[in-house]
Ligand binder design. Structure first.
Ligand code: NAP
Length: 514
């Protein structure tokens, strides 16, 4: 050491250690899709068609199909005409009926998976537990319930709104000694012969399986809390001529699809434009009840006291005739208690039951299901929804959750027509975002909070006036505050127009190249 050096004043503070800034790491995948039902499969197909091959699809079950894989109850069929309830890019000229049965729809989805070569991208038996946005690397860490994880630049959740069965909380339900199962977890081995069957619920699923179960059972007691509006179902077999035309002159099938689309879309006039228009539909539905049911007591029981359309309008030609059978009773008294081998109603009547079938619908709490989604601030998406309510921009983007997209997110459900139309519009929108991120090598894009807030204010104002809120019923469309967080408030072509072009100005971008 030199004298000069020894004389130099000591540094007041040691120099800070240079912080090592590591370069952002690349994600393993460009896109991670969650779910292989109608929406996740559509996303996967469009990625493939766009030649974006760096993607993975996580599916908790062991096959493609979502709701059409899970709902195996007898009589399960679509209540939207199949030529519309299918992908526009994959028309099926061979639908056997106007409203195809479950197996055919499931086969269709599986065939789509094969045709477009997306199966190799799928990881079955992989349920996602959480997604966490890594702000250092600008990608998502996606972790399954078994603890495996991958990283992906973009996450698209297509988990569907109706996958988790809801079971009623009834006193004594745990003491029931007979067989009990939910419509979405059908017990195929159960033999109904000589059995007394209790069905709880009279929704879209129950009206399909009750006519199938009633003739096989000794007695069917149908526990109804709220009667649904039921209309005749214009179902029929497709003719050989139609199928041939559709196959060899595809324009004819397009025309047919278009006709169905506009017929279904006209319902919005009553549902959302002017609920008074529903009076006509109501008169028609009452006439249908009158024709189908002769017993005035039963007629009274099944006639709703709320505006038609407030809950999903159901369609069946078999439901009311099934209720008129000698071995079927419609019970409108509330359930007081379930015992080991019976059900007791509020009026004290006890009815024996060998089996209980829950037609009680699904847990529709939010579009995330049991997953945890931690955004840029490390906060779970549910926390951000605590104050605002469940909301997103166009039902697709949630502010603070960069590069994360929802399919069938808040307020993009439908009560009047094919949800596949909405799925395709959303996938088209998300694909444009994916392409923008990929092409411009963006680190991330995030919808502006004010854009999301403005969009939802306007949306809620329109919904307050629609029949789902003003029609005098309680339904799963409404949240605990009576706000409709489920349905799109208007024509689907409006949604299509709004999602046709991805609008960069509604988003903030991180341009730093990753
Ligand atoms: P849902 O329409 O929600 O019906 C559930 C039924 O269970 C209702 O009648 C409800 O009564 C009753 N319920 C619920 N909890 C109850 C309780 N604790 N005690 C007594 N009754 C109770 O369910 P879903 O029939 O399974 O249909 C769900 C959705 O799936 C439909 O809205 C539709 O979107 C879809 N779906 C579609 C098709 C199709 O063909 N496209 C077919 C089936 C289902 P309240 O009315 O009083 O609440």
């Amino acid at each position: 050491m030199t004298a000069d050096a020894a004389a130099a004043p000591a540094d007041p503070k040691p120099a800070p250690a240079t912080k090592k800034i590591s370069a952002p790491k690349d994600a393993e995948f460009q896109v991670a899709v969650i779910g292989a039902g109608f929406s996740g499969l559509c996303m996967a197909i469009q990625l493939k068609l766009a030649k974006i091959n760096s993607f993975v699809v996580f599916e908790k079950a062991d096959d493609i199909g979502g709701t059409w894989r899970d709902n195996l109850y007898p009589g399960c069929a679509c209540d939207v005409p199949s030529h519309l309830y299918s992908y526009s890019f994959e028309p099926n000229p061979n639908w056997s009926r106007m409203f195809a049965p479950q197996q055919e729809i499931w086969d269709y989805l599986r065939a789509c998976g094969e045709k477009y070569g997306v199966r190799p991208h799928m990881r079955f038996g992989a349920e996602i537990a959480r997604c966490e946005f890594d702000t250092q690397n600008h990608y998502w860490k996606v972790t399954t319930t078994s603890g495996d994880s991958i990283t992906a630049k973009i996450v698209v959740s297509g988990i569907g709104a109706l996958s988790l069965p809801a079971y009623p909380k009834l006193p004594g339900i745990e003491t029931f000694q007979g067989t009990a199962f939910h419509s979405a977890r059908w017990n195929k081995d159960y033999d109904f012969k000589d059995k007394r069957v209790a069905v709880i619920g009279t929704g879209a699923s129950a009206i399909q399986f009750v006519p199938q179960v009633a003739p096989k059972s000794k007695q069917l007691d149908l526990y109804q809390r709220t009667p649904p509006w039921v209309m005749s179902k214009p179902d029929r077999a497709m003719t050989a001529v139609e199928k041939t035309l559709f196959k060899f002159i595809p324009a004819t099938q397009k025309l047919f699809r278009g006709g169905i689309y506009w017929w279904m879309e006209s319902r919005v006039l009553g549902l959302a434009v002017d609920p008074r228009a529903m009076k006509l539909a109501e008169a028609w539905a009452k006439l249908y009840i009158k024709r189908a049911i002769k017993d005035p007591k039963l007629r009274k029981k099944v006639t709703p006291d709320y505006t038609i359309g407030c809950k999903r309008i159901l369609m069946s030609d078999e439901y009311y005739p099934a209720l008129t059978r000698d071995n079927v009773d419609v019970i409108t008294q509330g359930i007081k208690q379930v015992k080991a081998h019976s059900i007791v109603t509020e009026d004290g009547v006890e009815r024996p039951a060998d089996a209980i079938i829950y037609g009680t619908g699904f847990q529709v709490s939010d579009p995330i299901g049991p997953m945890k989604i931690y955004g840029a601030a490390g906060v779970d998406v549910r926390e951000t929804w605590k104050d605002s309510g469940t909301e997103a921009y166009l039902g697709v983007s949630v502010s603070g959750f960069p590069n994360f997209f929802l399919l069938l997110g808040p307020n993009t459900g439908l009560g009047h027509t094919s949800i596949v139309f909405m799925i395709e519009a959303q996938v088209n929108y998300v694909m444009q975002a994916v392409k923008a991120i990929t092409k411009h090598r963006l680190r991330s894009l995030d919808v502006k909070p004010e854009v999301q807030a403005r969009f939802n204010q306007k949306l809620q104002k329109r919904l307050d006036e629609a029949v789902w809120s003003a029609g005098g019923c309680q339904s799963w469309y409404l949240d605990e505050f009576g706000k409709n967080r489920t349905l799109w408030p208007s024509f689907t072509f409006e949604y299509w127009m709004r999602t046709r072009k991805f609008e960069p100005k509604k988003y903030t971008f991180d341009y730093r190249r990753g």
